[in-house]
Design a protein. Sequence first.
Length: 626
Amino acid sequence: MTDKKPGLIRRLFGTIARVYRGFRSVILNLLFICIVALIAVSIFSGDDTIKVPPTAALVLNLTGDLVEEKRWTDPIATAINESLGGQEDAPEVLVSDVVSVIKNATSDNRIQALVLDLSMLGSGSLDKMQLIGAAIEEFKASGKKVLAFGGYYGQGQYYLASYADEISLSPMGAVILEGYGSYPMYYKNALEKLKINTHVFRVGTYKSAVEPFLRNDMSDEAKEANVAWLNELWSDYKQQVAARRGFAADNFDETYAALLEKLQAAEGDLSQYAVNAGLVDNIKTREAFRRDLIAIVGENDDHTYNHVTFGEYAKLVIPSKQFDNPLTDKVAIVVARGVIVDGTAKAGTIGGDSTAALLRQARHDDKVKAVVLRIDSPGGSAYASEIIGQEIRLLREAGKPVIASMGSVAASGGYWIAAPANEIWAAPTTITGSIGIFGLLHTAEDAMPALGLNVDGVGTTELAGLSAGLPLFKGLDPKAKDLFQLLIERGYTEFLTMVGENRNMTTTEVDTVAQGRVWTGSKALELGLVDKLGNINDAIKAAAEKAGLSQYDVKVVKQELTPSEQMIKDLLGEASAKGWLPQGSVSAEQKLLGKLTKQLKQDFVLLNQFNDPNGVYSYCVSCSIN
């Protein structure tokens, strides 16, 4: 009798394949129709030119985290995700865009006031907010008013609000200033329960990047180092805000007892507490605030004050593409933001090959006379860091000075790529140093029996199967551990030697301030790890001076979108802005779940990015602030 089962199975899988192909065809056709529809609407829609009233306020309604460079996102996936209410990727705002908008508004006679609406502002390091703050100070110096209004001010939001002439708070609002902290998640017990073994190879008393996999708490050495730079940041924050607000730096409540006492005096009213403490100037309703602005800039047809939003004004004053005058000498800026990984990477991550390619592009551009490497990175792959460092040395050999400009963090691998520059500039609050390396490997030989799995076979040498990941399933041979530790120690010596040669220090002197320890920019200047304190504008001027330039343009060298990517991004961005795409909302429960899972997700994404071919990393896990 003929067995009919194979025929049935073939027909079953054939049916599944046809259904899949049909489904894929439908999705692609729908996507094509949507794109064509968007093109048609954008062509035939009415004139939506943004108009600024003769007298108006610029509303600085920033939404998202302040960044040096926006991470790359797939435009189609982003639009679909947002239309379904997804919030996986936090929105980002370029600091340079904010500064450009404020500077244009300063000289725009139509803009009579600046309104700081910071309710949707995400995270932002002090150095980034100081750049924006300097632009706000110039706006004020032109004789125009700066007013802040909000229902709730977090720490970063309040820092920017402190630049305003007047801070108003909603009647049921609050100002919460909690200080800085570093609270990594620890996985030792979880890994033990999963029967996962962790193998760590490191050098440096303070190299705490691997502690979350070895401990259930922070070591005393890590606490000692972290509390030092955290206190420096908090002291800077308090002194700057206090100076702008006109009260003493000890006006900040750092204990529950002190906060309780002041809240009791305000009868539990958080908004009144903020007024009593001088954190805000007054308590106002939204309507009262609107009336105040109407008195300054006039009323529009919607019965509110004449205004233009940050996004609208940015479209008017920020060109979509950078104009490149082929006749003018250039100071090029290459932004290195994110984790350093081997190979190529999109914006928001530093690829050893892709970032080196940008530096190489600047080297071969005859009009580029100097380069500023803007670093905002906690490090990553040691191999990729050295690839970038080699390109910096080649730029210098070509007679083009390189200035490393440190942003919020330039630690571990971030310091590695800064060291070969002619000069290193850091902000006083930059987190840097963390000179040390480590190797990290997890093996599951104890978990395999519990899962009913095993790997077995033969090889011609003891090393056979190493590159194929055999240790993951069979465990790490003790002799291999000695080998890996030797390689790590050698890597650390190379790191010290490279820093010493570029910083005119002996390896012993470097080792004294290395060992994986983290420093602020101010302390790094004292220790000889950086040359000067200043922001990116100071670094650009220094680069121009070293190149002997009196007149020059600034050119950002970056990865460009393909024409198709740019078209889709522009179309979907316009569609979203005009409300053509459905908008989702996020519940309070979703926001809470997002906060609970954020750290876990970040840690596992980071592990996935660890792709150094030698398994050697220079990364600072404690450089993130909670």
